[in-house]
Ligand binder design. Structure first.
Ligand SMILES: [Zn+2]
Length: 113
């Protein structure tokens, strides 16, 4: 009887291991503890894209015509991001801060207004 119970609980545990990641894939995924990269801001992304197309043009992957079109697009995106409401970022970890934040929610650093 004890053996049967043990076998049943092992079976249940194995079933849980198989089913659990399917039911809760986010819980099974490794937690990303990296601070937010400042380059993930819209402006950072546009500036990164500008660097990339300059590199692609230099290496001959982009034609002069395509480069001009893309440069216009990404420059506009970078400028649009500058015009967006001023966002504050933690000087310690780069996380975006709510308007009235005194402490960074990401790393706990005290932030000046
Ligand atoms: Zn922070």
């Amino acid at each position: 009887m004890i053996e049967l119970l043990a076998a049943a609980s092992i079976g249940a545990a194995l079933l849980w291991l198989v089913v659990q990641p399917i039911l809760a894939p986010s819980a099974a995924a490794p937690v990303d503890l990296d601070p937010i990269d400042p380059e993930e801001t819209p402006r950072g992304q546009a500036l990164l894209a500008l660097k990339e197309i300059e590199f692609d043009r230099a290496t001959g992957k982009l034609s002069e015509h395509d480069y001009a079109a893309l440069k216009l697009k990404y420059s506009a995106a970078a400028i649009a991001a500058l015009d967006a409401p001023v966002k504050r970022f933690c000087s310690n970890c780069g996380a975006a801060l709510p308007d009235r934040a005194i402490f960074c929610a990401q790393c706990g650093e005290r932030v000046s207004r």
